[in-house]
Design a protein around this ligand. Structure first.
Ligand code: ADP
Ligand code: MG
Length: 395
């Protein structure tokens, strides 16, 4: 367990918080989804209530290691200013930290908040250069990491800074570690993992790690076809990663040896083209026509997977069951999401597209936890140690 802000005395201290304000913006620079900012408010509010002197850090987009005002945190600042009023200020410098920033930071009163500019305006940030870590650390007494979505990167503001300051997790980070970590490490059984999405290669490390933990594993979505092909089925023009078929076979036999139930689709919705309006048929996996491609799990498969979901006490889901961006091929993903929503056990969603699908179908409120970090949650499920987490103090 990592220490959290509740384990240290923050009252009257200078506290620097790494947030994840990497919000999506439209062409005019308006925030199109502010959920990441909202998710960071409990930590900031706690520090305000405790009378800490608060500095906020974040990146936004991918400026190329230099100041590019297209990626300024100004839109984020405008929202935070609406929340915290006159206790909030934005210090926008192309250098992020400069002499004036240090002077202003030193004069912050208790409960006052100062947001610095996009940390990726400095080339040192993504190189984890100690010089920039020291500059940031020099502004504060305590480091709080609340940016789970960036915790898989060893950057100055996520990891390097903790070399020079005691580091603890914020509430959002704590929640992610508790739900993702605890769920996977101490699951109530039966423990079921559901994997889908497009790229087998990317997900193999996750499957490999989960095979050490789960009682059952469902593989659906585009990646299922590589597994089906490996077993000798003809999959027509479905998604295939030829170089992964051996890996797929080795996963299948690993599951067998360990007595893990591994479920693959038994039927699929196949289409002649990769299009919502394509002619489609529901066919058993041993009768996919050569000129068709699998776009979604079939009717019997939804039933089969659904039963497994009903019986599980803990479920981790990553990757949609079909091309859910097309309404005609979203039905399998929606049905599975609904089954998870009905499950009374622990349900955790990791992965950007899976989270988007669950939200889109209106089941977000019915899940135990939807991870805010796409890449970070994947690396976590692979069993990797995230640098931004490792840098924090143990309890
Ligand atoms: P996540 O972001 O949740 O980790 P992925 O990025 O791995 O999920 O996969 C999501 C993508 O997989 C979606 O864009 C979806 O259209 C695609 N996909 C799912 N099933 C299929 C399929 N049968 N054929 C092609 N693409 C698919
Ligand atoms: Mg994705």
């Amino acid at each position: 367990m990592k220490k959290t802000i509740k384990d240290v005395n923050v009252s009257g201290k200078r506290v620097i918080v790494r947030c994840d304000f990497n919000v999506p913006l439209d062409e005019k620079g308006n925030i199109t989804d502010d959920s990441r900012i909202t998710a960071s408010l409990p930590t900031i509010q706690y520090l305000v209530d405790k009378g800490a002197h608060i500095l906020l850090l974040s990146h936004l987009g991918r400026p190329k290691g230099e100041a590019d005002m297209k990626y300024s945190l100004l839109p984020v600042a405008q929202m935070l200013s609406g929340v915290f009023g006159s206790d909030f200020m934005f210090y926008s410098s192309p250098f992020v930290v400069d002499d004036e920033a240090k002077r202003v930071a030193a004069h912050l009163g208790p409960g006052q908040i100062m947001l610095l500019e996009n940390v990726r305006f400095r080339w040192e940030e993504t190189k984890n250069e100690p010089s920039f870590s020291r500059e940031l650390a020099g502004l504060a007494d305590i480091f709080v990491n609340d940016a789970f979505g960036s915790a898989h990167r060893a950057h100055c503001s996520t990891a390097g800074i903790a070399e020079y300051l005691p580091g603890v997790s914020g509430f959002l980070m704590e929640k992610e570690l508790e739900f993702l970590g605890n769920t996977v490490e101490n699951p109530k059984r039966p423990f079921l993992a559901i994997m889908g999405g497009a790229k087998v290669g990317d997900k193999i490390p996750v499957i490999e790690n989960l095979l050490n933990k789960v009682d059952a594993l469902i593989i659906g979505g585009g990646m299922a076809y590589t597994f089906l092909k490996a077993q000798g089925y003809e999959i027509g023009r479905s998604l295939l990663e030829e170089d992964m078929t051996n890996m797929a076979l080795s996963m299948l036999s690993k599951a067998k040896v360990r007595g893990i139930r591994l479920l693959l689709p038994v039927d699929v919705w196949a289409a002649k083209e990769f299009s919502n309006d394509a002619e489609k048929i529901c066919c058993a996996i041993d009768s996919i026509p050569p000129d068709y491609m699998g776009m979604d799990i079939g009717i019997k498969t939804v039933e089969l997977f659904g039963k497994e979901i009903e019986n599980a006490a803990t479920i981790v889901w990553n990757g949609p069951m079909g091309v859910f961006e097309m309404p005609e091929f979203a039905k399998g993903t929606k049905a599975i999401a609904e089954k998870l929503a009905e499950n009374e056990g622990t349900t955790v969603i990791g992965g950007g597209d899976s989270a988007a699908a669950v939200r889109q179908f209106g089941f977000a409120g019915k899940m135990t936890h939807i991870s805010t970090g796409g890449g970070a949650s994947m690396e976590f499920l692979e069993g990797k140690v995230l640098p931004g987490v490792a840098a924090l103090m143990d309890r």
